[in-house]
Design a protein around this ligand. Structure first.
Ligand code: UD1
Length: 361
């Protein structure tokens, strides 16, 4: 029997871990699992609602770390996780994505000589000012099994000297969740609640420190969105960090930009999948919009997910108000959506391939 310790910490982890938990459950002859939540995200809207929507089992262990500086948060996860790992003695620690919890738990496991599998390995923005980029590079250096979503990720890892035998391309596990949840999301009442009809609105998300922690940058983004919102209503489910910054900087959003609380998975899926346009600085949403062919403008200077631009419906437009507006108008005036392709292995079966790779390693 192989014992797997699964790690989740922050919102973007939950939709990546849910299909892995289900796939492990389908192999009770070979696999057992324990779910550890670091507690990096702890609000109902940022954590508990995802467990419900995605029908995930409650965590077996919650480290209850909470918010903090990068060093503080990472260190607290490490200190709390080490005794858990010593007591649990798993064969594998499975980490997903690029949040502080991903790196902290990988580092603890590697030092205890416990094997680490990293799901979503190999993505690179080549921008080390992003905390996630540091987490990605270091986690990949520590991992024993690197499970990648696309060929560009394999190439990045090989370039960094990772042994070929450790890399397995499994596809995009978040898209497993997207496909599983689509039917359920149809019954979400979010459009009625916000009095919206399909394709008549845009959706905005923004929470990257580079976009929201600097008053001038945040003001410029909001001013660009103000111009977009003259064309169609923009719905903005705002991350707690962004809400705090808007208050702190005294930025009053225009009336056509509707700020709401962060949504759970089903409501948010229903919302963005019915949008005419998505504007975001999220990593995951660039991929999800590609999977459904919804036009996406990424409000960053780079992306660690270039396949969403090369094959999908994503465009990286930066933070200049003029560029954002011009790109938005282009999307809105287009008669038909630019043809987007769903990348190879984004087929809803990535979790099964992850389990196969774990069983073979
Ligand atoms: C983290 C991830 C980021 C991911 C994002 C999704 C890192 C380095 N970053 O960023 O990659 O895209 O999650 O949301 O791990 N807060 C709450 N309630 C919560 C969680 C956070 O109010 O449940 C507020 C706190 O004020 C906190 C701030 O949000 O200080 C930032 O939270 P933190 O976990 O440090 O990073 P995120 O910006 O959420």
């Amino acid at each position: 029997m192989i014992k797997i310790l699964n790690i989740v910490g922050a919102r973007p982890n939950f939709m990546k871990m849910a299909p892995i938990i289900s796939a492990i459950r389908r192999r009770p002859d070979k696999l057992t699992q324990v779910l550890v939540h670091t507690g990096q995200h702890y609000d109902e809207a940022m954590s508990a609602s995802f467990f419900r929507d995605l029908e995930m089992p409650p965590p077996d262990i919650n480290l209850e770390i909470g918010s903090g500086t990068h060093a503080g948060q990472t260190a607290k996860v490490m200190l709390a996780f080490e005794p858990v790992l010593i007591a649990q003695k798993p064969d594998w620690v499975v980490v997903v994505g690029d949040v502080n919890s991903t790196l902290a738990c990988s580092l603890v496991a590697a030092k205890l000589n416990i094997k680490v599998a990293h799901v979503e390995a190999g993505l690179r923005s080549f921008d080390r000012t992003m905390p996630e980029e540091i987490n990605r590079i270091l986690t990949d250096q520590l991992a024993d099994l690197l499970l990648t979503p696309s060929a560009d990720a394999d190439a990045n890892l090989l370039r960094e000297g990772i042994a070929k035998e450790k890399i397995v391309r499994v596809g995009n596990v978040m898209i497993d969740t997207l496909f599983t949840q689509l039917e359920k999301a149809r019954s979400s009442a979010i459009l009625d609640r916000l009095s919206l009809s399909p394709r008549s609105f845009a959706v905005l998300t923004a929470h990257r420190p580079a976009n929201v922690d600097d008053a001038l940058t945040l003001r410029r983004i909001i001013s660009a969105i103000e111009k977009v919102s003259a064309e169609l209503p923009v719905i903005f489910p705002a991350h707690p960090r962004t809400q705090a910054r808007l208050r702190e900087f005294g930025i009053a959003p225009p009336p056509q930009l509707k700020i709401i609380e962060p949504l759970g998975y089903s409501d948010f899926l229903k919302l963005w999948s019915n949008a005419r346009l998505v504007l975001t600085d999220s990593g995951g949403l660039q991929e999800e919009t590609t999977a459904l062919g919804i036009p996406c403008l990424t409000l960053r200077d780079n992306t660690e997910r270039p396949i969403t631009v090369e094959q999908g419906s994503n465009r990286v437009v930066g933070r200049s108000p003029e560029r954002i507006l011009a790109a938005a108008l282009e999307v809105l005036s287009a008669d038909s959506v630019r043809t987007a392709r769903i990348p190879e292995l984004w087929d809803g079966h990535a979790a099964e391939r992850i389990i196969e790779a774990l069983l073979k390693s």
